[in-house]
Ligand binder design. Sequence first.
Ligand code: AGP
Length: 614
Amino acid sequence: MCGIVGYIGSREAFPIIINGLKRLEYRGYDSSGIALFGQNLSHKKTKGKVKDLESLFEEDSTKKGHIGLGHTRWATHGVPNDVNAHPHLSNSGNLVMVHNGIIENYDTIKKTLVDRGYTFYSDTDTEVLVNLIEDVMKKEDVGLGKAVQIALNQVVGAYAIVVFDKQNPNEIVMARLGSPLAIGLGENEYFIASDATPFIEFTKNAMYLEDEQMAIIGLHKEPEIRNIKDDSLIAPYIQELQLTLDQIEKGGYEHFMLKEIYEQPNVINDTMRGRVLPEKNIIKLSGIDNYLSKFLQANRIIMIGAGTSWHAGLVGEYLFEELARIPVEVEYSSEFRYRNPIINENDIVMPISQSGETADTLAAIKLAKQHKAFIYAICNVVGSSIPRESDSGTYTHAGPEIGVASTKAFTTQVTVMAMMALKLAKEKGHISTASYNLYLSELAMIPKKMLKTLEADLYIQQIAHYYKDAANFLYLGRGFNFPVALEGALKLKEISYIHAEGYPAAEMKHGPIALIDENMPVVVVATKKGQYEKIISNIQEIKSRKGRIIAIVTEGDTQVKSIADHVIEIPETLEAFSPLLATIPLQLLSYYIAVYRGCDVDQPRNLAKSVTVE
Ligand code: AGP
């Protein structure tokens, strides 16, 4: 995610844009920039926070202009630095553009433009798009609006773009496919932003572009809304916003954590975009392709991480060993770094981290590098310390995760490992083409099945209300869902402060069953394709000791339904992908219990979003 702010009207654009960017920093904060046009173009951008950008403009007397664009970046292509920050200019310097999203075919377009003599200064897909628009304007001899429409029909990917031509500063053009854009309407002035927070104090009249729509906005004339595909005119729908600033930042959700739970279908799509191509039956992961021999010859993979990322690694262990038949060990970074592990150059060490800044994981990488292991990182924050210390890797595209309790980071990490395991299974010949295609098409279905899973929200709220005063919880799972039990327990304890433990279900009789009585709610992941019969008998063992069961089951299940106290259904999927669905009810359950207990869900006591100290 990135934050976009634009303005055209009679006011000075700078204060509107810089303050708007501060409100959008929750959408991304690794670099930012502003371009204004008055007498001339004033354009500054920098790595770092919006306040660093503001200080760049402090002494700048040229920060004048009634049209301008601002951008706060969440890097997907190109590391965070000054040159990759937005806004980007076309080669002529006339077009100024900001972009939120991913252009999948940017490398093909870039090659064509280089052949036509264009020069590129950044590693971004955005700079390619702004020069494509310029190229269309020249070749077709059309205005900016028409050029944007033609160019976007050559693009594959997701975008929200805003662009203006300094040769015609009374017009600004925007378009969206997959990333949000809101337009605030004032008195002959317009505010454009990723959401309404930058302009809600100026106007409550807004229109939201829908996917495949673009707007051509000029002063002293009505806004033109068009369909990008066929250029047809669309009647604008203007609404009066009722939301407060705080509500808009959270997308109307009460907390960032709930917003991020609901973002999972979209961010899983973003993580698979351009990588999972079921129509071609391929998985494209450049990080693997560039080091395929390392993976094919590796003795083993050692996954290292902390907290939720360590749980993701445990799911990864099942995925890699089941599909790619590569031996995997999963280690807490904090333990690995101090126990003098036996590592050599035939090992692949795989750090998993949302923030890319966890001190123990970083230290573990450095130890592994001393023993010449190959380091392959799975990380969410582009350009953070862990990817920079690694030889290669794959980024999750979860976007900024603000809630301290990790949710979408976990499911996107598991998605990346599913893609990797499948790709390597195919390369190593451990999977038939038919089976590979089945897995691939099922993986592509996961976002839709996540949407279906989220429909249980209201029922989960009721269950949360029923159990909110419990003092202890037990979470049980088997196979792929044993790590899900651990993750569910972590979610509950870290935001509701209720003690919770996760266990492999078969471990019950080796001790924990002594804890069972009518005061002990037990959450059991009992999906159809797992060791189903075994888990049924575990449930019966608990019921016979008056334990109360909350079961996560495959939709249509009747057996568990006949013995459990509460049953939450999730869509059927392959067992290897069931953690992607089974985790969601557990995230919601912990969220609502924490809310009922009046806890600070987004900033739980004693916790930090990134543990950068040892
Ligand atoms: C998970 O909800 C916690 N916030 C915490 O366990 C977290 O997963 C852990 O600190 C690792 O962080 P990282 O993924 O940024 O390395």
